[in-house]
Design a protein around this ligand. Structure first.
Ligand code: PMV
Length: 366
């Protein structure tokens, strides 16, 4: 499919008002997206586990503006944002940019006033990126408005366009529509697209069923490097080409590993990807160290635990100091004990969040 296939051509402009509500999860990348081209096209393919507990719930209420047709074209986007029941101005610029990017595909955006009421299941200042769950929830709400306005979509097209729109809000958000593993970015090994995320089409061994992700909150502060700035660091980066090629290679290896259930290989690929992401930030200009001392303490403890026990627990990182601890379901009891006994002390206020692989977003109310 090409971008033009996602333009809404006809809609019933006589619909006065309505509301829709979606919940959409966060996701954690195993092969990392880092570096993008124009229009949020990724420089390399990525694959992620969709999560279950960490999600955003968004209600979108739309009311027809009282404007003449001539005025509608020039009128600004009109929307209010409420975060956890309080009016929020801080999110507005991101949503304004999102609306500007998607307007060509969602032509009714200037016809309505939107009330966006949103909340997260995870604490606001946890340092967990809410852009993936937040932007995917909003994209899904807009897709449901399209349906309210008469669009007749198959669920496949609905999900693809939702992912396509979410990508224009925040790249990784396109991997949050479905579960359990989602690939984004053209590559040779899997069915894929640069424009939207696709449910991983390969075989997945039962070892990965209900895979666990406990998120250790090492640093709950604002991100030191926003992802907009971060992706730009790959532009002219001395190791960019090798890194992009490596992501393709790692995806092919991960595909084989997911099929065979080889957990030791899984650990190698996933940890190497996390460290490579951080290595890219350390070797860019300007350079950044996004890990904190406690991030390293945790990594070393995980390696020691693995050496001393029969365990396949491993870590991954996003562009920050928090650690995602990944492990098979059959190790849940022992690893949670290990986290409580030995890792919780490195988290801010001892805080961590237990999550696991999930099935994707859900319509809550129409
Ligand atoms: O979706 P963005 O633009 O916030 O970028 C996210 C990038 C990483 O989280 C570091 C990696 C990934 O693939 O999710």
């Amino acid at each position: 499919m090409i971008a033009e296939d996602f333009i809404l051509k006809n809609y019933n402009s006589s619909v006065e008002s309505g509301s829709v509500k979606w919940e959409s999860p966060s996701n954690i990348a195993l092969i990392k997206y880092w570096g993008k081209k124009e229009n949020q096209i990724p420089e390399n393919p990525s694959i992620s586990f969709t999560l279950s507990n960490c999600k955003t719930i968004t209600k979108l209420t739309y009311t027809k503006k009282d404007l003449s047709t001539a005025l509608k074209v020039t009128s600004d986007f009109s929307f209010d944002v409420y975060f956890e029941s309080e009016k929020n101005e801080a999110f507005k610029p991101k949503i304004q940019t999102f609306f500007e990017r998607i307007e060509a595909y969602v032509p009714f955006l200037r016809d309505y006033h939107f009330k966006i009421e949103t909340s997260n299941t995870f604490p606001h200042s946890s340092g967990i990126a809410s852009s993936a769950s937040g932007m995917s929830a909003l994209a899904l709400c807009l897709m449901s408005v399209e349906v309210d306005l008469g669009a007749d979509y198959t669920s496949e097209y609905f999900n693809k366009k939702a992912s396509f729109l979410a990508r224009l809000g925040s790249g990784s958000a396109c991997r949050s529509i479905e579960g359990e593993l989602v690939v984004w970015g053209q590559n040779e090994s899997t069915e894929s697209s640069d424009l939207y995320g696709i449910k991983f089409d390969g075989e997945v061994h039962p070892n990965f069923k209900n895979y666990q992700d406990t998120i250790l909150l090492v640093d709950k502060g604002e991100k030191q490097v926003s992802s907009t700035v971060g992706h730009k660091l790959m532009f002219g980066h001395p190791f960019a080409e090798q890194r992009f090629a490596q992501a393709h290679d790692n995806l092919a290896k991960l595909k084989t590993t997911l099929a065979s259930g080889d957990l030791q290989n899984f650990v190698k690929i996933v940890e190497s990807e996390a460290l490579t992401l951080h290595a890219m930030m350390m070797t860019s200009m300007p350079y950044f160290i996004l890990m904190k001392p406690n991030t390293l303490e945790i990594i070393n403890k995980i390696w020691k635990y693995r050496a001393e026990n029969i365990s396949n627990v491993c870590f991954t990182l996003d562009a920050g100091a928090n650690v995602h601890v990944l492990y098979p379901e059959n190790e849940k009891e022992s690893v949670l004990k290990f986290i409580n006994d030995e890792l919780a002390k490195y988290c801010q206020n001892g805080h961590f969040i237990s999550d696991f692989i999930g099935k994707g977003a859900q319509l809550i109310e129409k």
